[in-house]
Design a protein around this ligand. Structure first.
Ligand code: PLP
Length: 396
């Protein structure tokens, strides 16, 4: 019997990165491929302690069903951080706890995207957003990223000629490029979107992981009724908890809550309780400071190794936070070819192609710097650089 599947499944790409991660299961491989936080900084003992405290309250231990919106004290905690750290007037009822911010993307898609509607994404784009939105069968338009954020001339032209349902941005230390929107680009983006009904999805799992430069305002500063913010505990506590949130104005929140209910009733309530207990027992900012100091050292190690070992024709971003750096090869070199040769020498990265919807990205590589220790970073980049030099000689 041949199984018949819903049409929409033909349009949803398999995650290329999950496929690559299979290669990197071999511990000998130096992997710059994953988007994995450094497990050294998972607060294992602290979470164990928090779990034991929560489970020692038999009448209130989080094993019962909970509210769809999430555990109220946790939502209050998140809203308070928006107020204190970003000066945003966010109330707890504008926060919905989700299974990571990835579920936030799915819920946003469910609530906003009808078939064939226009969804604008950055180019290169976050793969998980492409995958989540694809299920709702939109028409994707891509807008190139420049050094200081999205190409506003391009986006303004698109907004002027198409009815764009939503625009997805990773505004800080973008995955895959490491690019951050400058304050002028943010203001111009707000002005352009403010003239439309386009919903802005500000997907910001990396914003707290800033190790250099000044933080810039969230788009909600200007677009309160139109901006949907996605946040996550994955990169600042641990991704295995699968806890993130959506921050949205109340009318949008009403719809998101219905969508969430239909999906899974609510996120794991026990985990929410344990996470909240952990946050009450410890200063999250201190923990984030430890992680960012480490990522800065790892980023520095990668930048220095690239400067020493890559051919000078290769350009690359120098992110001020987050977990990724983006390198561009000379036009004569293919990133896929490099990937094959690097895999043979036990180094992995993600070639640029899956992040592009137009068959582009042939000369780009995404390099994750948060997962490998500094000496392995140096060695992996040295091997990559040697292969690139060999390829250049062969092309000459
Ligand atoms: C830009 C972006 N958004 C969302 C996610 C999903 O993260 P999570 O579901 O773990 O919160 C990721 C994960 O790498 C990401 O890079």
């Amino acid at each position: 019997m041949s199984m018949v599947y819903a049409q929409r499944m033909n349009r949803v790409p398999r995650s290329f990165i999950r496929e690559i991660l299979k290669v990197t299961e071999n511990p000998e491989v130096i992997s710059f491929a994953g988007g994995l936080p450094n497990p050294r900084y998972f607060p294992v003992q602290e979470i164990a302690q928090a779990a034991s405290e929560v489970l020692s309250r038999p009448d209130d231990c989080g094993l019962q069903y909970g509210p769809t919106e999430g555990y109220l004290p946790l939502r209050q905690y998140i809203a308070q951080r928006y107020r204190d750290r970003m000066g945003l007037a966010v109330a707890a009822d504008e926060i919905l706890i989700t299974n990571g911010s990835q579920q936030g993307l799915d819920l946003v898609g469910k609530v906003f995207i009808d078939r064939a509607e226009v969804v604008a994404v950055e180019q290169p784009a976050y793969l998980g957003a492409l995958q989540a939105f694809s299920v709702y069968e939109p028409q994707f338009y891509t807008v190139p990223l420049l050094d200081d954020g999205v190409d506003m001339d391009h986006l303004e032209h698109l907004l002027g000629t198409r009815r764009v349902r939503l625009f997805h941005t990773v505004i800080n230390f973008q995955n895959p490029s490491g690019i951050t929107y400058s304050p002028p680009t943010r203001r111009r983006l707000a002005e352009a979107l403010g003239r439309t009904e386009t919903v802005l999805v500000e997907d910001d799992p990396y914003g707290p992981l800033r190790f250099a430069g000044e933080p810039a305002p969230s788009m909600r500063t200007w677009l309160e009724g139109q901006a949907v913010l996605l946040g996550s505990f994955s990169k600042i506590v641990a991704p295995g908890l699968r806890l993130g949130w959506v921050c949205a104005p109340r009318p949008i929140m009403d719809k998101l809550v219905i969508a969430k209910q239909a999906s899974d009733l609510h996120s794991n309530f026990l985990c929410q309780r344990i996470l909240y207990q952990y946050l009450m027992n410890h200063d999250l900012d201190e923990h984030i400071a430890t992680i960012t100091a480490a990522y800065q050292r790892q980023r520095d190690a990668m930048v220095q190794a690239i400067e020493s070992h890559f051919p000078p024709e290769v350009t690359f971003t120098r992110p001020q936070g987050g977990m990724f750096l983006w390198a561009t090869l000379p036009a004569s070199l293919s990133a896929l070819d490099l990937f094959e040769r690097a895999a043979a020498q036990k180094v992995a990265f993600v070639p640029g192609t899956p992040f592009f919807l137009d068959n582009g990205g042939l000369h780009h590589l995404r390099l994750n710097f948060s997962n490998a220790p500094e000496d392995r970073i140096e060695e992996g980049i040295r091997r990559l650089g040697a292969i690139m030099k060999q390829m250049l000689v062969q092309k000459a």
